[in-house]
Design a protein around this ligand. Sequence first.
Ligand code: CU
Length: 312
Amino acid sequence: MNTGVKVGVFVAGLCVVFGAAAAVGNAVGPVGSEPAAMEHGEDDAMTDMPGMSEGGDEPPGGLQVAQNGYRFVLDDPDQEAADPALVSFRILAPNGRPLTDYATLHDKKLHFIVAKRDLSGFQHVHPTLDEHGTWTARVALTPGPWRAFADFDPAGKDPQLTLGADLTVAGDYAATPLPAPSRTVTVGDYTVTLDGAAKAGASSKLTLTVAKEGAPVTDLQPYLAAYGHLVALRDGDLAYLHVHPDGEPGDGTTKPGPGITFHTEFPSEGSYRLYLDFKHGGVVRTAEFTVEAGASMDDDASDHHSDSEHGH
Ligand SMILES: [Cu+2]
């Protein structure tokens, strides 16, 4: 499987997860609640490989500062260390003007994420938009190289995008080594356990189970219309993957914990940092994991998959 195809698989996975059909390129089918935005080529899907529904060679999200005519413009990509730091930016539309009309995506018009290049410092916030199309986000910035991501869906027919831009904060910086892979992390009084294998180019089922002081949490609170939000960033280039769990609060079947299940595809083998946002007791917390995606990962989790249906 060549790189382009793998990327295609990944993009297809993203589309399915987002339910925003036609996030890129060709058909992914009417999988979501949002109207499909495809203009053409709905039947063009690659059919030469099982499970493939997405052709083209779109890269994973977050790697490009401009895509499909949209551009992510930070007003000041050189920032001072501050908490809070105000980061303002615009999304320029294909007509060159700041975009002011956004579709709501998971309760928000835009999701703004920053992470340092060493995958530390992750923050996921929801900035405010003024009438001129300028967004302002409040984040905590420490010295070093950062990547900023804007995850949004332009109103109208254009697909949802994640654009990325570099942000530099002056000052002394030493990269932190990526923490070793771990199945369990602690956030305050909470312990989050990861089950399942991260696989490159194949569907990966990941279940994150939340406990507080040793007791399973069964009353997670909806946050942005889900019981959990998971962002994965690839070590090395910070390719961005935002996935949402199976089921929604209030759908009659999805329980509010302790487990939150996600299906996604990793675009390649390698190391990823996973950031799970969950809400309990009125507070949103983020649990961070390092995972290794690849066929060689030992999977001692309860969920065993057959080998990749996509082959190698
Ligand atoms: Cu968000």
